[in-house]
Design a protein around this ligand. Structure first.
Ligand code: TRP
Ligand code: ZN
Length: 882
């Protein structure tokens, strides 16, 4: 592993390369420990570049074996090769030339899972962001695009399958015991989209006929025997291809599209041209082993990677600072896809929950950074929820500001103008400015200013004048490296409701632009005056979460209850229910800390139970409403001096109160929300299961007995129900024989299925309370746990650190010390994974002083190590400093 050298990359230093890459030919002779890589690069000097400028190629842990220029050996004096770079001097001034580089790599020893690696007998690659330079010396940056020809040679034994990007050219026998395959990708691409897979896998095949009538072969490769579990992914792929044609007018552009599922993978999936590589967690599903959430994730990630073919691959990023250009836009596209395939409001609620629980803490802590950063030490650490999810929200705001038609016009212009190019956020935004005639200068601050804006609102009604005035104030908090913020352009979708639940149509609005139901907040303070409002209105602000902000708006429980019943935007109904819940939960946390008795407002409990029983509402919506803000949501809202035990106790007490008050409602729901007949993963059935399992959870509080959950566990015929029953038993009654037996039977039943065993690890890692640390430590010695597998490590250690505030954050600091030890250990094998799990410490400053000091000391212990990767060094130092 390379240890950190403290190099900082700045956007302001961007320069195009001195040499233009025309073509790439790669030949691989695969061997588990000694793979030969031969790279032929055709290059020419860019116009206007100094005739003496050398060619400098990137490397990472490479050893040069031989080097030819136009087929002739280059004298050693003409080049310098180090593990990190290859510099060649005295190259032709004007004519194109060919450099041929040979080197050997060891895929088996590659535990970072970046570059070419081999696990479980399978060769696969991960090149984004800078993994290609671990394969061969190369201009490894996203603005260097070329067509690739790939030849793979390998032993037939064990490697019947030889895959790479593009269209298949041909293959056959090579020499004794070996065969070869050749692939050509005609679409110029950057090196991060290169992929190679070789080994022995099963396949399911299908085909798709594109809008212009071309037939595309579709193949999903999985481990032998797992083929039946890939059919849902195939179905999701075909629906994605169709949707991208219908909604964005985008057609697929090769003869074949392949997906390979691998079990050792650092992230979710990777959009390599024509050859997506997936974490098998996001491909494999059947009713017995996958939850409804798994199905929804598979659908979304299959779509996401497929959509990258246009947003990312055909049009790519000029440099890695522009990562949100492809990721934010592609997340927006997969969100829209899922909304169209499922329920739009329920999908929106899930997105916002996720944004608030993951991105808001990032934006409010030491790791905060703009959607389009200007500096980094390690690009791997910028695959963040800010770049992805806030990046998607920024794209969504452009769509909101422009409206559907102009947004489409802007997207079409973008595809038209920039196809085949590597571009910037400015290029992207310009397309929407030109399509709409709107100035997006102020709006672009969303890309450049970090931090979640806080909007404070207050309303006054003037009965005589029939006007309603809404005073708005915005504040963007200081974030690391950005103390002064400018006011942003914030699109607030807004509606006014009368007491009878009907919406007002204001005759005119002054003080702020108000078009298509969207109020444009552009000043630090601004008062919008709505004319022609016949009675005191109840205002709904930020409907559908039109802007990713925190909103402070004091609304009475009665007003919120009215919105919860009458808002036509169902996201806003959920928001009203959440706004009712939150003060009760926060008060409960404070009362728990102060040893007071805990009691929630009647309006809140009543309104929630009315919504729960309201048959005009989708079951999935009702389940979302009943889910209540999480403990980390509460911690975020409390904002400082947080005691995880008090937060947990307060929330538990509120749940118990709702459960007791709603016992009959929940019992009725539990009986009614069955899904008879054969299992179907569709959104409607999933919603019924979600509501039924929510009812089961509340009943476990009301009845204070594991009996019903035990019966549910024994009777479950799908993983969603089984896992929820197991969770109730393990979390609510951890010491009961019911819990112990269920955990053991679950383990025995699924011991062969690593993805299901991950759920078994995660359920135990999230058992509340200080005792869970010992359990986690013991589980790490379980034969089913494998330290080198990222999914296992995330399921146990990641889940514990990210989602168990009372266990991980126990008062004596043992949880933080445990994490520090593990991070140092993981970092030696897989820096990317270590750095990601370490971000679980990002909110340490919001803890009460005793825990905060334990957390700081654990971070300092990591920082003291002299052998940290760049990845962990970067995260630990920013976390301590910010
Ligand atoms: N581009 C991938 C996506 O669609 C992200 C990704 C996959 C990735 N593997 C990676 C990023 C490894 C960095 C390193 O979101
Ligand atoms: Zn992506």
């Amino acid at each position: 592993m390379r240890t950190d050298i403290g190099q900082v990359i700045n956007l302001a230093d961007y320069q195009p390369t001195d040499f233009v890459l025309e073509r790439v030919d790669l030949t691989f002779e695969l061997d588990p420990e000694n793979t030969k890589v031969e790279a032929r690069l055709i290059l020419h000097r860019r116009d206007g570049v100094d005739k003496k400028a050398p060619l400098v190629l990137d490397g990472d842990e490479l050893t040069l074996s031989s080097l030819l220029l136009d087929q002739i050996d280059i004298p050693p004096a003409q080049y310098d090769a180090t593990p990190e770079s290859l510099t060649i001097r005295d190259l032709p001034e004007e004519t194109p030339f060919e450099v041929c580089i040979t080197n050997y790599i060891n895929p088996t020893a590659n535990t970072q899972l970046m570059g070419l690696y081999r696990t479980s007998g399978l060769y696969s690659t991960q090149c984004e962001a800078e993994g290609f330079r671990r394969i061969t010396y190369f201009p490894d940056r996203p603005d260097v695009l070329a067509p690739y020809t790939i030849t793979i040679i390998a032993a037939k034994e064990g490697n019947p399958l030889l895959l790479s990007n593009g269209n298949f050219l041909g293959g056959g026998n090579y020499d004794e015991g070996r065969h070869f395959a050749a692939w050509f990708d005609p679409h110029p691409k950057p090196s991060y989209l290169f992929a190679l897979v070789a080994g022995d896998l099963g396949v399911i095949e299908d085909s798709f006929t594109t809008m212009s009538g071309r037939e595309v072969a579709l193949k999903i490769y999985v481990e032998h025997g797992k083929e039946p579990r890939a059919t849902y992914a195939m179905d999701a792929l075909k629906r994605s291809m169709k949707w991208d044609e219908e909604v964005f007018g985008r057609e697929y552009d090769l003869d074949i599209f392949m997906i390979v599922a691998v079990s050792d993978f650092n992230m979710g999936a990777m959009e390599n041209k024509g050859l997506n590589v997936f974490n098998d967690k996001y491909v494999l599903a059947d009713p017995e082993t996958a939850t409804d959430a798994d199905y929804a994730n598979i659908e979304a990630i299959i779509a996401h990677e497929y959509f990258h073919n246009w947003t990312g691959n055909r049009i790519t990023c000029r440099d890695w600072f522009q990562l949100c250009l492809k990721e934010g836009l592609t997340v927006y596209r997969d969100h829209e896809f899922s909304a169209d395939q499922r329920s739009r409001p329920v999908k929106r609620i899930a997105e916002v929950r996720h944004l608030k629980s993951e991105q808001f803490p990032e934006d409010g802590g030491p790791l905060a950074h703009p959607v389009r950063p200007t500096t980094y030490r390690e690009i791997n650490n910028f695959y963040t929820t800010t770049v992805y999810e806030k990046g998607s929200e920024v794209t969504r705001m452009i769509a909101t500001l422009l409206g559907k038609d102009l947004f489409k016009k802007g997207m079409d212009l973008y595809f038209d103008r920039h196809d085949g190019q590597a571009v910037t956020i400015e290029d992207f935004v310009k397309c929407f400015e030109e399509a709409s005639g709107r100035d997006l200068g102020q709006f672009s601050l969303w890309y450049h200013q970090a931090g979640t804006p806080l909007v404070t609102a207050s309303g006054t009604y003037d009965a005589a004048a029939k006007t309603f005035s809404l005073a708005l104030e915005q504040m963007v908090p200081a974030t690391p490296g950005q103390s002064d913020k400018k006011p942003m352009h914030i699109p607030l979708s807004l509606a006014l409701f009368a007491e009878d639940g009907n919406a007002f149509e204001p005759s005119s609005v002054t003080g702020a632009e108000f078009t298509g139901g969207v109020l444009h907040l552009t000043e630090r303070t601004q008062t919008a005056v709505f004319q022609g409002i016949g009675s005191r209105p109840v205002v709904s602000i930020n409907r559908s979460f039109s802007a990713p902000i925190n909103l402070h708006f004091d609304q009475s429980p009665a007003d919120l209850a009215l919105l919860a019943r009458h808002e036509t935007d169902h996201f806003a109904r959920w928001q009203a229910l959440t706004d009712l819940a939150l003060p009760n939960l926060l008060k409960a946390a404070r009362d728990a800390r102060d040893g007071k008795t805990i009691a929630s407002e009647k309006t809140f409990v009543d309104t929630l139970l009315i919504a729960a029983a309201d048959e005009s509402l989708e079951p999935a919506f009702r389940a979302q409403a009943l889910a209540l803000p999480s403990e980390s949501d509460m911690a975020r809202e409390l904002g400082g001096n947080n005691d995880p035990d008090a937060i947990h106790a307060g929330r538990q007490a509120v749940i118990k109160q709702i459960a007791d008050a709603g016992k009959d409602v929940f019992a009725a729901l539990y009986d009614a929300m069955t899904t008879p007949g054969e299992f179907s993963p569709d959104a409607k059935s999933a919603g019924r299961r979600a509501l039924r399992n929510t009812a089961l959870t509340f009943l476990s509080y009301a009845e204070n007995s594991p009996a019903r959950a035990k019966a549910a566990f024994d009777g479950a015929n799908n993983m969603t129900d089984l896992l929820q029953a197991l969770t109730i038993l393990a979390h609510r009654f951890p010491d009961s024989s019911e819990a112990t037996d269920a955990l053991a039977s679950f383990r025995d039943r699924f011991a062969e299925n690593a993805l299901v065993i991950d759920k078994w690890f995660a359920v135990q890692a999230t058992i509340p309370g200080a005792g869970t640390l010992d359990r986690v430590v013991k589980l790490m010695d379980n034969p089913l746990f494998k330290r080198t597998n990222p999914n296992r490590m995330r399921a146990l250690v990641g889940t514990f650190a990210f989602t168990n505030p009372t266990g991980f954050g126990r008062a004596d600091g043992e949880g933080y010390r445990f994490l520090a030890r593990e991070i140092l250990d993981i970092d030696r094998r897989n820096p990317q994974l270590a750095a990601r799990i370490l971000t679980s410490m990002r909110s340490w400053r919001a803890l009460e002083p005793v825990r905060a000091e334990h957390a700081r000391a654990a971070l300092a212990e990591i920082a003291q190590s002299s052998e940290l990767s760049t990845d962990v060094r970067d995260i630990v130092e920013r976390t301590l400093k910010g």
